[in-house]
Design a protein around this ligand. Structure first.
Ligand code: F3S
Length: 428
């Protein structure tokens, strides 16, 4: 690999053992990818050094200690020895975690698990890591600029970063983001390179796609057909906004492995079709019409049989302030019959608290939670058999993770289910 003098010094140990181990890991990673150099990054989103009780106990048992530095060294950095972990060298934020720090009892967590999480957070704070605890860092204060090299985990955030913002990241892992946090380096490969970012498949949208639910369904359809490739979407797309992109990208990254998409005339690297495709020749052109729309709706509802709903989960990816405001309006004057948990980031919830949305939502009996979601925390209200969801991504994961049935529909369908305990959603 071609290393700069600074990179070589870190690799030789001049900047301390932790950075040396981080560079060793990054060099192995880059060589495996076929990258011959690094790019500098000043924007890392990961879970540096964090653990749950299972991981902590595993390291206690197998390594003799389960403290933050042991886990960061042996797990994140794949180091043979334990190093003192310094502060973040670059701007670094923590993505979603495993429980809500205020509603952990409802989520079925233990005091021991909460105490461990709080200990983790104090270690993150000491190292200057921004504890955003969200899958939507771009709604919570971490918004890169177009062309900026990032090192992000979390598939829904990665696809948003590349496609909507036009910043550059591969779908990194815990190890590479933790190493990037210490060094400010990431392999110059994949989505960091111009020639990797051109579209591979054309998608022609022939039926109107305007609602948030429709954007989610289109994303789910496209992810399934293109898998890990790069779709270029043209046609009848309306109301492009961050909320719709959030649902579209999360769905496409779930049913497939989409890390970047282009929408012609909408996303920043697709002012024209030619710009989105570049020198590539698309391998296929795929049509999305009313029949495809109906089929994806049926797929997303294929697991629901019992119309008695006993849980409603909203906020996947974590809800924006406008979604929270809308949910407050939809719940105004109503009481929920079954638990409704709405997930968001800490920062969005703080504004929601100040504006009175949280109070308004919780007046109905619903709860506004932060940091996690049902799929990540594996937490649903006790006895849940049937959930109602407005997120294609959550439908993709939650039923399989906790063994329940799921219905998919609009946010309004879900609120209706929360208030009545019945699923009545239909494709309009
Ligand atoms: Fe976020 Fe959980 Fe969905 S972490 S993207 S709300 S699966």
């Amino acid at each position: 690999m071609q290393l700069t003098a600074t990179e070589k010094a870190m690799l030789d140990g001049a900047a301390g053992l932790a950075k040396q181990r981080a560079m060793e890991l990054l060099v192995r990673y880059a060589e495996a990818l076929g990258a011959d150099r690094f790019v500098d990054t000043d924007n890392v989103a990961g879970v540096p050094g964090s653990s749950n009780l299972f991981v902590q106990k595993y390291f206690e048992q197998h390594a003799g200690a389960g403290d933050y530095e042991t886990i960061f060294s042996l797990y994140d950095l794949d180091s043979p020895d334990v190093a003192a972990i310094p502060g973040a060298a670059v701007n670094c934020c923590h993505l979603q975690g495993g429980m809500d720090p205020n509603h952990w009892t409802e989520q079925g967590m233990t005091r021991e698990a909460l105490d461990h999480q709080l200990q983790d957070e104090s270690e993150l704070n000491r190292r200057g890591i921004h504890v955003l605890k969200t899958c939507t860092p771009y709604l919570a204060g971490n918004v890169p600029v177009k062309g900026e090299h990032c090192a992000w985990m979390e598939s829904s955030a990665v696809v948003y970063c590349n496609s909507v913002i036009g910043a550059r990241t591969n779908a990194e892992g815990r190890e590479s983001t933790s190493a990037a946090m210490l060094t400010g380096k990431i392999p110059d490969w994949g989505f960091h390179c111009d020639n990797y970012r051109y579209g591979t498949h054309r998608i022609e949208v022939e039926t109107p796609v305007e609602s948030v639910m429709d954007w989610g369904m289109l994303g789910y359809f496209i992810g399934d057909v293109v898998q890990e490739n790069i779709p270029v979407i043209t046609g009848r797309i309306g109301h492009a906004d961050p909320l719709r992109h959030k649902h579209f990208g999360a769905a496409a990254a779930s049913s497939g492995g989409v890390e970047m998409y282009h929408m012609v005339g909408i996303t920043p690297e697709a002012e024209t079709l030619e710009m989105a495709i570049g020198p590539r020749k698309p391998v296929a052109t795929i049509r999305y019409g009313p029949a495809e729309r109906r089929k994806v709706y049926e797929t997303l509802n294929s697991n629901g049989t019992n119309s008695n709903v006993d849980y409603v989960m909203l906020g996947c990816p974590h809800a924006s302030l406008e979604q929270i405001a809308m949910i407050a309006r939809l719940l105004d004057g109503k009481s929920v019959k079954v638990p409704l948990w709405l997930f968001t980031s800490r920062s969005v919830k703080s504004v929601s608290d100040l504006q009175g949305f949280t109070k308004a939502i919780e007046a109905s009996g619903a709860l506004v939670m932060t940091d996690t979601c049902s799929a990540i925390a594996r937490a649903v209200p006790k006895g849940t058999k049937v959930v109602a969801l407005d997120s294609a991504k959550q439908v993709h994961y939650l039923p399989a993770i906790v063994g329940i049935e799921a219905w998919f529909g609009t946010t309004e369908d879900c609120i209706h289910a929360a208030v009545t305990g019945r699923w009545t959603g239909e494709l309009q």
